[in-house]
Design a protein around this ligand. Structure first.
Ligand code: PLP
Length: 392
């Protein structure tokens, strides 16, 4: 029985064995509370601060600019709500895109109930936010712009440098949700780059339940969680020491291995796309042809858009884990994808896509095996679908 193929790295990644090894002492004998002043506490504090620097290094930032959070979702909430609540302006306007993760979109909806006005920028059919549309949406009272670095469904990469430049010229703050991009591509925190960046360990072979927000020095935020004043008062709670240590290790490994890994995954991704689009009738690529995450393919199959869950389950039975749309957003399995609709797909075409995302431990053999399994699964699906169309 061949081993299961895991092609769902945009949902989550397996922890790297080196990450697990780094965490084990902090789940056992090194159990201290980093706030304790004695030796046991100091050991934990040192480990947390080392990890903070490792995460900062991957962003070319300073350790003081990293706030650990409980997830990427929490980092997004802190960036938006924390920023808005720290403003003493009467009117606050912010801008985001229509294809953000729910961690951003639902926070925006919440902020709208708190008298913040929000503009949701459209995207091109490739999933790109056009810099001109941002420039046109800026208003005198615009204080914050939040545009994701990479989309979790389509895989499209946004021109965050240019979007940040336009935002800064206007005197506003630029945040990016880089949960999908962090550890896969270099993210810069130089001058014309984001002022706040949300990241999450479980997307880069680290543990789940630990994230971070990069906040450039000088940007004021209000905390969402009140208590003992950890994380510079911005995220009270005893730190998740083992999770933070694992995150630090994962960030360091990404810094060392990101470039060759990205080159390999881009090559395999493009070979897979070429093979699938060239051999399967009706197959099409969703998202930008090359401005996309290294191992990320989002595929559609004409006429089968409503059957993507069935296809995913057939692949699951054949030993392949992939997803339809985004596994991180509750309710994604029903109705239409708001991301695909924003990219101009009609309601029927936006019903489904197959997301195939490669990662660090995949092999060429797995790709070859998948390329044989996929047409078989589609063949098993097509007769059922054709019957469905003819009978009804
Ligand atoms: N933002 C994006 C773009 C994501 O893809 C995800 C999860 O998939 C999140 C935020 C949420 O991160 P977390 O799972 O750490 O809460």
């Amino acid at each position: 029985m061949p081993e299961r193929i895991y092609f769902d790295h945009s949902a989550t990644t397996p922890a790297d064995p080196r990450v697990l090894e780094s965490m084990i002492p902090y789940l056992g004998e090194q159990f201290g509370n980093p706030s304790s002043l004695h030796e046991t506490g100091r050991v934990a504090r040192l480990a947390v601060e080392k990890a903070r620097q490792q995460v900062a290094d991957l962003l070319k930032a300073s350790g003081e600019e990293i706030i650990f959070t409980g997830s990427g979702t929490e980092a997004d909430n802190l960036a938006l709500t924390g920023f808005v609540e720290a403003q003493d302006h009467e009117a606050v306007h912010m801008i985001t895109s229509a294809i953000e993760h729910p961690a951003i979109l639902k926070t925006c909806r919440y902020l709208e109930t708190r008298k913040v006005s929000v503009t949701y920028l459209p995207v091109t059919p490739d999933g790109l936010v056009e810099p001109d549309s941002l420039a046109a949406a800026l208003r005198p009272e615009t204080r914050l712009v939040s545009i994701m670095a990479a989309n979790n469904v389509a895989g499209t990469l946004q021109p965050t440098g240019e979007l940040a430049r336009i935002t800064h010229r206007h005197g506003a703050v630029f945040h990016t949700d880089a949960v999908q991009a962090f550890g896969k591509l270099p993210l810069n925190t130089g001058q014309e780059s984001p002022d706040m960046i949300s990241v999450s360990a479980h997307k880069l072979y680290g543990p789940k339940g630990i994230g971070a927000l990069f906040v450039r020095k000088g940007i004021a935020l209000a905390p969402l969680i009140h208590g003992g004043g950890q994380e510079r008062g911005l995220r009270s709670a005893t730190e998740n020491v083992s999770g933070i240590v694992g995150f630090g290790c994962a960030a360091e490994l990404a810094r060392e291995e990101m470039s060759p890994e990205a080159v390999r995954l881009v090559r395999w991704r493009d070979e897979m796309a070429e093979h699938i689009l060239g051999s399967i009738q009706g197959a099409y690529l969703i998202g930008h042809p090359y401005r996309r995450l290294p191992g990320h393919l989002c595929l559609g199959f004409s006429g089968l858009e409503g059957d993507m869950i069935k296809l995913m389950m057939l692949l699951d039975e054949a030993g392949v884990s992939v997803s339809t749309g985004s596994a991180c957003s509750a309710g994604h399995q029903s109705g239409s994808s708001y991301v695909l609709q924003a990219m101009g797909f009609d309601v029927l075409k936006a019903r489904g896509s197959l997301r195939v995302t490669l990662g660090r431990f995949n092999t060429r053999e797995e790709i070859d095996r998948f390329l044989k399994i996929l047409p078989e699964a589609l063949a098993a699906l097509r007769p059922v679908t054709t019957d469905f169309f003819w009978v009804h």
